[in-house]
Write a protein that binds this ligand. Sequence first.
Ligand code: ADP
Ligand code: ASP
Ligand code: MG
Length: 815
Amino acid sequence: MNILKFGGSSVATPERIKLVAACIQKHLKDDTTITVFSAFGGVTDDLILMALMASREDLSYKEILQKNETRHLEAIKELIPVNAQSGILSRIKTEFNRLETLYEGVYLLNELSNRTRNMVAGFGEILSSLIIAEYFKSLGIAALSVDSRELIVCKNTNDKIQVNYPKTNKNIESFFADNRSKLYVVPGFIAKNDEGVPSTLGRGGSDFTAAILAAALNVPRLYIYTDVNGMYTANPRIVPQAYPLKNVSYEEAMELSHFGAKVIYPPTLQPLLEKQIEILVKNTFSPEEEGTLISKSGKHNFRWVTGITHIDNISLVNIEGSGMIGIPGFSKRFFEVMHQENINVVLITQASSEHSICIAVKDDEAPAAKLALDEAFEAEIRNKRINPIQIEDDVAIIALVGDRMKSHHGLSGKLFSALGNNNINIRAIAQGSSERNISAVIAKKDVTKALNTLHETFFEVPSKELNLFITGVGNVGGKLIEQLKRQEIYLLEKLRLKVRILGLSNSRKMIFDENGIDLENWKNLLEQGEETSQDAFFEKVKELNFRNSIFVDNTASPVIASTYKNYLANSISVVTCNKIACADDFSNYEKLIDLSREYGATFLYETNVGAGLPIIDTLKNLVDSGDRIQKIQAVLSGSLNFVFNNYKGEEPFYKIVEEAMKEGYTEPDPKIDLSGIDVARKILILSRVSGLEMELDEIEKDNFLSEESLNTKTNEEFFDFLEKDEYQFRELYQSAAQNKAQLKYVAQLENGKAKVGLQQVGPEHPFYNLNGSDNIVLFFTDRYSVQPLIVKGAGAGADVTASGIFADIIRIGKK
Ligand code: ADP
Ligand code: ASP
Ligand code: MG
């Protein structure tokens, strides 16, 4: 005998019911089949909502009732031929008349008892199963309708269900012995109590109906047909990377369902476990998919963690005080109060100091818990031996579940560090003695991020997601986007990194897309974006709350540099080519380094010096491995190098500067390069990375520009002065030419002092042959004292700068 259960989403529309029929016909080919149906998707919610509305004298329940009646009548018209409709149409209308009378009663009495609530809630299954049975008949399949209220007997107190198995099993056995049919249609969810009053098996209880039937009839396997491909590693609606599990043990399934995996209603597993009946969870809409087999342990694959789940809408109840220490019977009293109030305790933690007990309950039960506990411990609270009970709302429980977790060390550590690295605060933790479950209580707003982070951590997903928020899409930013787009497949295949851009902004507009901005069309999308505001950009990044978020700054803006601290303090990594932050007051720079350490967010700025050249990384590696820096000598301005390499005293100096600017070798304000301030900032950053607490004004700077040109406000003015000062530049050039030397703008750090300035460099010097916009750095260290370690190559330009930023992003991805 086959027993199949179809959930609310499987029968939500006539089209879906047709698919259900096709699926059932396959099963009918090999055996007699019992089918259990839920109400059409969403109907039970409506039935309960209408009862609540009626009890509050809200007459608009009538509209909802009308909508539901129409929905059912329309389904009949869609599924059943006209000549066979009248009987079922009038039957359904009768049921709706009954419902109407019940709601009127609730409305007139202003009262909704549990009994009435359960009675109306069960109508959905009666309606759906009647219509579906009639539909089968119209297909030529004789279907026998069964009233499960006549079979299943249960006690139902405040959503806690106790089935009277002796009576229930007897009813089921004799019914199916006496009533023979090829196909049975059974409404799920509904039952009656010992007094014969209609009741239900609790929300989601159709699974339970099917399990009770399966156990009573001793079938080897129960099929649960739903709207997903089985039991997943995590809720697939929240974690897109989740995948269906092939095998799960009863215990794991129980743990997963208790902790929120709604795909199975928790009490379902008990009767099946006792009789070792397998459950196959399958997708009604993709029956060819394998599904998940729930069976006794040992059958399933080798893995440490089976699934990750969560329960929303939780509150923490905390009792605390010195008066609790060493007093026997304290916990007993505490839990007795919970029991008397019929409050379900979802999770318990107690510190070994016995100074506090913290429990998690459903949030709608928290006020009652507080009231009852404050009253029960009134004397202790009055004597200040314990504090008044504290309630913390808006929390959720997340749980790692797996049979084999107990034999693997370090899983909790991994859980905590994964959450910690993403700035998810853990309010309480619990691990059952079976060690099949590690639970943590976190803020409700962090649930999606936590589930995705943990999934990435524990399920060896083929890729790690990096979520970028990029500010500045000009020369460098534009190139970066191009490079990211080009390398997308490579990153995924070779490095297993899925790099997505979720936010983009320039000085005017900003856009966000949590599914990743379409990089083919980003320019148009950005044009249609909302007005930029740095605060709003940050708030949005924070609100989206994605794991592995990285803020990328491709600008030269001090305003944007001043926002890094906000990102880092929210565990969002920062990658920047903007030098302002690292060249700011030492205390501000240090603050960023500290924040990055404290919040586990990476702060990388390789492109601050030498664009894409690995200068900072090399220096960090030298320092970290214990080498001591004796001297750094460098040509760090690609723009100045370009200018002095091309200036031969013929074409005027300002023209060469203009050309450098056009090529993207200078900052948007070329004065920043020509004044030497840019080079000073770079050597300052290198000094700091070497371990020195240096400030910008401590750097000796030798100017080759006139004071007036340095005081100009606009680029036009500046160029005017450069043109006027041409004779000075010519003199500089000629003097160097006479000495057979080249002009180089050199930065140097030695004995804790740094200086920058124009120098004549002779042919014997490694700087002499530096071409184009190249940079060069000589590191003289204890290890490299005679021959310096040299880093040399293109040190300016949008493409290489973008590739340096790209490399920093990848560094974070590889962590
Ligand atoms: P039905 O109407 O078939 O009873 P439910 O809505 O009760 O279906 O349960 C199926 C839903 O359970 C899925 O659509 C999914 O959103 C949710 N769910 C939560 N956790 C899991 C999980 N670990 N695996 C599969 N589904 C899950
Ligand atoms: N229709 C009921 C509910 O929505 C039972 C079920 O779907 O399993 O809770
Ligand atoms: Mg369900």
